[in-house]
Ligand binder design. Structure first.
Ligand code: 13P
Length: 243
């Protein structure tokens, strides 16, 4: 069975004072039997060391080390206690022009450092309206998931770009169609394609989480805004535990 993962991507939010929120989360969910992954900004990763949660970076460089001012390597993330890293988030693809090939290279860097890569994919609104969603997903899966991926080292997050931070959520039928498609592609390509965890991301809230987690091949969520407070994240975690 794919593992259930409730993942919070804090994006460019969070100060040292925010860490008290993690203590509140630990009080409620410290002994959860699903994986809870927190991806704080780089500046807070080492301060998260003592939490019972899995910790991830939000990006890494494809190289191990060297002259890359402002970048962070996968090995550096592992060194401060991270066990996951997000790669290919749509905000990286858009803000930093990241390509599928670069995302594949970053994923390989993650594997080399012993990190699990959460590879993010998803279509824009124009692509959905043009009816090309599944083609986009195919191209992103083919280009950004390395051939060396397996279910232990790789999680796929489907995040339709138009659903991120907008309050717009695909219908459960739309999520079902894409997740079933991703699962089928992974099964075609990898012996353990049935075991990869597939996360949905984009405006997940306590109010819609149970419906989303009821969709076949949805094994968890990658949550942005609603992961910033325990009050908002806790009902999502509870819905995943109950799913
Ligand atoms: P929101 O949950 O704020 O829509 O963000 C989703 C996301 O981009 C998580 O990576």
């Amino acid at each position: 069975m794919p593992r259930k993962i409730a993942a919070g991507n804090w994006k460019m939010n969070g100060m040292q004072s925010t860490l008290s929120e993690l203590q509140r989360l630990e009080d409620k969910h410290g002994d959860a039997d699903i994986a809870i992954l927190i991806c704080p900004p780089f500046t807070l990763i080492s301060a998260c060391e003592d939490t019972p949660f899995d910790i991830g970076g939000q990006d890494c460089h494809a190289a191990e080390a060297g002259a890359h001012t402002g970048d962070i390597s996968a090995e550096m993330l592992a060194d401060v206690g991270a066990s996951y890293v997000l790669v290919g988030h749509s905000e990286r693809r858009t803000d930093h022009g990241e390509t599928d090939a670069l995302i594949a290279a970053k994923s390989k860097a993650a594997y080399d450092a012993g990190l699990i890569a959460v590879i993010c994919i998803g279509e824009t609104l124009d692509e959905r309206e043009a009816g090309t969603t599944l083609d986009v997903i195919d191209a992103q899966l083919a280009g950004s998931v390395p051939d060396t991926a397996d279910a232990l080292t790789t999680v796929i997050a489907y995040e339709p770009v138009w659903a991120i931070g907008t309050g717009k959520v695909p219908t459960t039928d739309q999520i079902a169609e894409v997740h079933a498609h991703i699962r089928a592609r992974l099964q075609d390509r990898f012996d353990d394609g049935s075991e990869f965890s597939l996360l949905y991301g984009g405006s997940v809230k306590g109010s819609n989480a149970a419906d989303i987690f009821g969709v076949p091949h949805v094994n968890g969520a990658l949550v942005g805004g609603a992961s910033l407070t325990t009050a908002d994240f806790s009902p999502i975690i509870a819905a995943l535990e109950a799913a």
